[in-house]
Unconditional design. Structure first.
Length: 155
């Protein structure tokens, strides 16, 4: 069963109410969220935006319960910034792993090229892929300069 936009809006509004301490923090639980929204826990958890917001609100609610603190806009904004920083750090780690993997592939390709008496630097400069890319760029430039091609005036 598909979840409607209204149900998602209601779920995010419910989290917002917990964040602003409109609803008692002691009620914060999956049972309460599922009961109020009508969306199952696995469905809520599959939505990455809801998942990250839920984790952020959970930390705030825990702080409300433990320290008996009141809602503070600055703390709320800081928690959002912390969440964004965490996402960016995860993305950096992911990209670094991908870069390491590609470096390993390049080193392996260079090793195979040397075994077959191909100089790797020559292969990098004169590979068929690079030549095909250069030809495609040249064709695109020629197409834009073609006086009979009227597509360039359509926008």
């Amino acid at each position: 069963m598909a979840v409607s936009k209204d149900q998602w809006n209601e779920a995010f509004q419910l989290l917002s109410r917990f964040e602003r301490k409109i609803i008692d923090p002691s009620l914060y639980s999956w049972d309460y969220l599922v009961e109020q929204t009508g969306i199952s826990k696995p469905t809520l958890w599959r939505n990455s935006e809801f998942k990250s917001e839920h984790q952020r609100i959970k930390k705030l609610v825990d702080r409300y319960i433990k320290t008996n603190a009141d809602y503070d806009l600055e703390n709320s904004q800081l928690s959002k910034k912390d969440q964004e920083i965490k996402k960016l750090k995860e993305r950096i780690l992911e990209l670094e792993q991908q870069l390491d993997h590609e470096r390993e592939r390049l080193a392996y390709a260079a090793m195979i090229a040397r075994r077959n008496n191909i100089e790797p630097s020559k292969f990098e400069q004169e590979s068929p892929l690079i030549k095909a890319t250069q030809i495609a760029i040249k064709k695109a430039k020629d197409k834009n300069n073609d006086p009979l091609n009227l597509d360039r005036f359509r926008k």
